[in-house]
Design a protein around this ligand. Sequence first.
Ligand SMILES: Cc1cc2nc3c(=O)[nH]c(=O)nc-3n(C[C@H](O)[C@H](O)[C@H](O)COP(=O)(O)O)c2cc1C
Length: 197
Amino acid sequence: MAHEKTIWPGSTQLAPVPAVLVGCGDGKTFKYNLITVAWAGTVCSDPAMLAIAVRPERFSFAPISQLKEFTVNLPPVSLAAELDRCGVVSGRDCDKFELCHLTPVAGEKVSAPLVAECPVALECRVTQPIELGSHTLFLAEILAVQVQSDLIDDKGKFDIDRAHLIAYAHGHYYQLGECIGHFGYSVRRKPGSIVRK
Ligand SMILES: Cc1cc2nc3c(=O)[nH]c(=O)nc-3n(C[C@H](O)[C@H](O)[C@H](O)COP(=O)(O)O)c2cc1C
C-alpha cells in the first residue's frame, strides 16, 4: 500500500531545515567565532524572533550564553564547504574566519560578527535560554537584518532565487530548487503557478 507507514522511535527527522553560520563573540572577552547550526528556526513574527539550539560543550556556547548576542548568516551554495567546515572544527583550535577565508563585519545592533560573504545576516539578542537536554535553545529577538543590496529587487523585496541559499536534510546539503507556488496561491490561483493534485 502506497501510504503504509513504518513506526520509528521519536527522532530528529524534521526536514528540510536551514543550515546557518552563527557568528558569536565580541572580539574582546570572547574571540569572534562561527558555528554551523541546523537546529534553527523562526518562532515569532512580532516581535521578530528565532531560536537556535546549541550543545553546551560547543566552544560557541559560552559567548552566546554570556554575551547574549549572536548573528545568523544564511550561506549561499558557493559557501557550502565553509558551512560544513565550521561545523566540524572548533574555535578552540583555530580561527574559523581565517581558516575559511571569511570576512567578519561588525553588526549594527550586536557585538557578534556578521559574515560579509553571506547575502543575509540577522542580528539577534537572546531573550531566553531554555535547557532542553542535549541542547540549550536560545530564543532571540531579531534586532536587524542585513541584506546584500544587489539582491533587493525593484519592489524592495529580497530576490531569494538569486541568493542560492542552502537547505539541509538528513545529513545532506541541498540547493533550493524550483519555486512551485507562493503563499496563498492555492486560493488565489495566478497564471504561471503550478497546481499540484
Ligand atoms: C550541518 C551541521 C549542522 C550542525 N548543527 C548544530 C546545531 O544545531 N547545534 C549544535 O550545537 N551543533 C551543531 N553542529 C555541530 C557544530 O557546528 C560543531 O560541533 C562545531 O565544530 C562547533 O564549533 P565550536 O566548538 O567552535 O563552537 C552542526 C554541524 C553541522 C556540520
